[in-house]
Design a protein around this ligand. Sequence first.
Ligand code: KG4
Ligand code: ZN
Length: 352
Amino acid sequence: MRILAIETSCDETAVAVLEASKNKIKVLSNIVSSQVKLHAKFGGVVPNLAAREHVKNIEHVFTRALKEAGLLKSDFNSEIDLIAVTRGPGLGPALLAGISFAKVLAWKYSKPLIGVNHLEGHIYSNFLNIEHGTWNKIFPALNLIVSGGHTELVLMEDHGKYKIIGETVDDAVGEAFDKVARLLGLGYPGGPLISKLAEKGDSGIYLLPSPMIKSKDYNFSYSGLKTAVLYLIRDLGGKEKLTMKQKKDIAASFQKAATDVLIRKTIKAAQEFKVKSIMLSGGVSANSLLRLNLNRATDELGIKYSQPELKYTGDNAAMIGMAGYFSAKGRSVSVGNYDWEPVEMDANLGFK
Ligand code: KG4
Ligand code: ZN
């Protein structure tokens, strides 16, 4: 079975082709065309601009994905069995660009179309290129999803069965990285720039709060930490006056405070809910300090741990194809069951 997957929820136009065989789901191609440079001058993603770029680029990204998978457009009908597309959460106009493209393909070739939850996609980035056999005995699993729009702790009882046990009450952790980067006068997106700067910084120089680290629930809050950085920079004379050493130390302190609370609450939840595995995902899962420390903490607990390969941490379509495959299996969507109309965009889609 071959799956064509499409992702346009934010500022990446992405198309992938996956092949599901008996033991493994293999990624045949995974093309991501990033608009990051375009949005950088605005300091964040502009929804209508993102949608326009998706419409402009998607045909080309689609053709490249087929080509890299060894397929021609004329092979589409005989070689692709299922189309998966992100239907939310994300930026409405951007999502619509991908959904419309997917619906046209489904209609033209009479293929089943399945709408995928973007966050479920991030979770499934952990399953890419892994032998099916190794997925045994991972449930219940605890997912820490950390991205520019979300900070969620999600208990997963089985494929397709989710329960949110904690989430951010204000900013998402990726958003906090982006905002602190702006305060330090760095570019967009801030996450990779902060973590690079933090490598040479000392996290012990400035003490920043890890918000809600002691609260009894599993929720997170990042606006207080961002404000603490704002005041620290002000007290040091403003961002123009900061030395490179000060910037590195602030980045390191912020990164430590932001990730410590994620790890502490994830481990606490894993113990309370007696999970068999912990999975990390989302754009912020590229952060090396978070990867290292969460890996260590799960080792100490003796719990299975999984994190996506770096190429699957940011938004991509391979993860959407993987989630789509399991979703279709659960709903017994079969080949030839042409069914595209019920796939609706939902910018605020959550877990059922
Ligand atoms: O999942 P993603 O690509 O898009 C959303 O669905 O939001 O996540 C993007 C977020 C941005 O906020 C970006 O700054 C952050 O992930 N990010 C990082 C790192 N790489 C990307 N944050 C911290 N450390 C990183 N290395
Ligand atoms: Zn994402």
